[in-house]
Design a protein around this ligand. Structure first.
Ligand SMILES: [Fe+2]
Length: 210
């Protein structure tokens, strides 16, 4: 939760580890959340533990003002704060019960910038198939409410570009390898069944950046 401050604590999931099956199995979700996501929380807290002057900074503050931090912790904070932010967005926009778009404003934006939801899906899938390495493909909105797709590597986020992410897919191998091995395409196709469009629409209406 990006508005919280040190010490950061894990965001509770809205679903149990086995509830995203068959698209993502229990072992994948458990490992991803308990091991990978939580390790970013621990690393972020460790990096900031002896720097009380930053204990009132939110995740947004850290990610948007990274160069105000002492160089000794810049890299660790950048990577781990990004890791926390990206994983929270990823986990928060999945749901066991697929929720379609009901929000007219958001639906209109999707139609304007991608032609249709199907147009969005095709383009999004193309970006994931072209992606090489570890990182994320995200649906982002600029301060004018215009939608874009964006690729970010490692644990970078779109925030410093003043692009607010609405939806993201984790393309690090740890997010699918235990179930899909190297079949990233199958993972992406499965993930599309888990998107919580209501949550995505809500983010679109957030006044952040506007
Ligand atoms: Fe991940």
């Amino acid at each position: 939760m990006p508005n919280l401050t040190y010490p950061f604590t894990p965001m509770p999931l809205k679903y149990r580890f086995n509830e995203l099956e068959p698209y993502l199995n229990e072992q994948v979700v458990f490992t991803h959340y308990e091991k990978h996501y939580k390790s970013y929380i621990d690393k972020l807290n460790n990096a900031l533990s002896t720097y009380p002057q930053f204990h009132r900074w939110t995740l947004y503050d850290l990610l948007l003002n990274i160069y105000q931090l002492p160089w000794e912790i810049q890299n660790q904070v950048w990577v781990s704060a990004g890791g926390v932010y990206n994983h929270e967005l990823y986990f928060a926009t999945m749901t066991p019960n697929y929720r379609p778009i009901k929000d007219e404003l958001f639906q209109k934006a999707v139609n304007t910038y991608f032609g249709s939801l199907q147009g969005f899906e095709e383009l999004f899938k193309r970006l994931t198939s072209e992606f090489v390495g570890s990182g994320y493909v995200s649906l982002v909105a600029n301060p004018f409410g215009e939608l874009r797709l964006m690729t970010t590597f490692n644990q970078n986020t779109s925030l410093p570009y003043r692009l607010f992410p609405l939806l993201t897919i984790d393309l690090w191998e740890h997010s699918y390898y235990l179930q899909y091995q190297n079949n990233r395409k199958d993972y992406v196709n499965a993930w599309f069944n888990l998107i919580d469009w209501e949550e995505v629409s809500k983010r679109y209406r957030q006044p952040f950046f506007r």
